[in-house]
Design a binder for this molecule. Structure first.
Ligand code: PBG
Length: 328
């Protein structure tokens, strides 16, 4: 008979003992801050569906990155908003495109802050798809060339890691060879390996104005119902040379995070996406949830599921609160 010998509450009775028996840690060390950069001299515009997040001109971006660095956040992930969008996403591969310029500016100011770049054409194309389009179809192999070129221009500008988020088959291998052929064998690839076709990207598409103009992303992003398929996608990306793999979104896919963690021995990232952020912000604005606690609990849960690192729009907010906040 367990009770009264076993009393699990003994190990919960004060904060000191709870700290000792705590199984999961969460600090600024584990966080990556996603940022949106746009053209313009200075200033920023708030993204309506993502309160507290902005489209930043380069001068405003540099304030954000300096602060992220000061708060101890190891890296940022950049998304670009081009001046003009076209069929092939030309600005995405331009050496003086918005992301390429932003990378140079950040590396100039804070060389120790890791700069990661999203490698995908949807933010730059008029049709909003992550692949080149012909006769209403998303082309796979032709897109790989554009992605590889984009990755190379990011790395030439100084990016430390490139992160393909397009879900075309074979992109990790193509980018790896492209980088190696150009002498960039030291640059890592963080692959959006298990990226689901999720409704939780909606606020991001507002921010980047990147909603597909026809159809949806179901022919390349994964079916939400699938679990085995995630392990296959991750295995392929690792085989092709991914250094870090990612599961995205995070909170609705904690089981996938756990599965990938158990099956593979490479570092695992999870992306707490725009919609996850927006839900917490919206409920908090109504007074229905405590924002700080909801943020901490979800981030901690993503870590507990197995993520080594988390991309989150809350990165600065969490880092500012520090370990002494409610998560402790
Ligand atoms: C594609 C990309 C998307 C996100 C990151 N990279 C949008 C999409 O797939 O539609 C979403 C991130 C978020 O929702 O926070 N370049």
């Amino acid at each position: 008979m367990a009770f009264p010998i076993h009393r699990p509450r003994r190990l919960r009775q004060n904060r000191a003992i709870r700290r000792l028996v705590r199984e999961t840690s969460l600090s600024a060390d584990h966080l990556i801050l996603p940022l949106f950069v746009m053209h313009g001299k200075d200033g920023k515009t708030e993204i309506q569906s993502m309160p507290g997040q902005y489209r930043l001109t380069i001068s405003a971006l540099l304030q954000e990155t300096a602060e992220a660095h000061r708060l101890g956040i190891p890296g940022v992930m950049l998304f670009g908003i081009p001046k003009v969008k076209d069929e092939i996403g030309s600005e995405g591969i331009a050496p003086d495109g918005i992301v390429q310029r932003a990378v140079r500016a950040i590396k100039d100011q804070t060389p120790d802050l890791l700069v990661m770049t999203d490698v995908c054409i949807d933010e730059y194309t008029s049709h909003g798809h992550c692949g080149l389009v012909k006769d209403g179809k998303i082309l796979n192999d032709e897109t790989l060339e554009v992605l590889t070129e984009m990755a190379i221009t990011h790395v030439e500008a100084g990016a430390d890691l490139v992160a393909p988020s397009d879900m075309m088959d074979g992109r990790v291998g193509a980018i790896r060879s492209g980088l190696d052929e150009n002498g960039y064998e030291g640059v890592s690839i963080l692959a959006y390996a298990a990226k689901y076709s999720s409704c939780f990207y909606a606020p991001f598409r507002d921010a980047a104005d990147s909603s597909p103009q026809f159809g949806d992303r179901k022919t390349y992003q994964m079916d939400v119902a699938n679990r085995r398929e995630a392990l296959n996608e991750v295995a392929l990306d690792i085989e092709e040379g991914a250094d870090i793999v990612m599961v995205k979104p995070a909170l609705p896919f904690l089981d996938i995070i756990r599965d990938v963690k158990e099956a593979f021995n490479v570092p695992l990232a999870a992306y707490q996406v725009s919609g996850e952020y927006a839900m917490i912000k919206a409920a908090a604005a109504k007074g229905w949830l405590d924002e700080t606690r909801a943020m901490s609990e979800s981030l901690l849960s993503i870590r507990r599921a197995g993520a080594d690192m988390i991309l989150t729009y809350f990165a600065k907010e969490f880092a500012r609160m520090g370990l002494e906040g409610p998560a402790g």
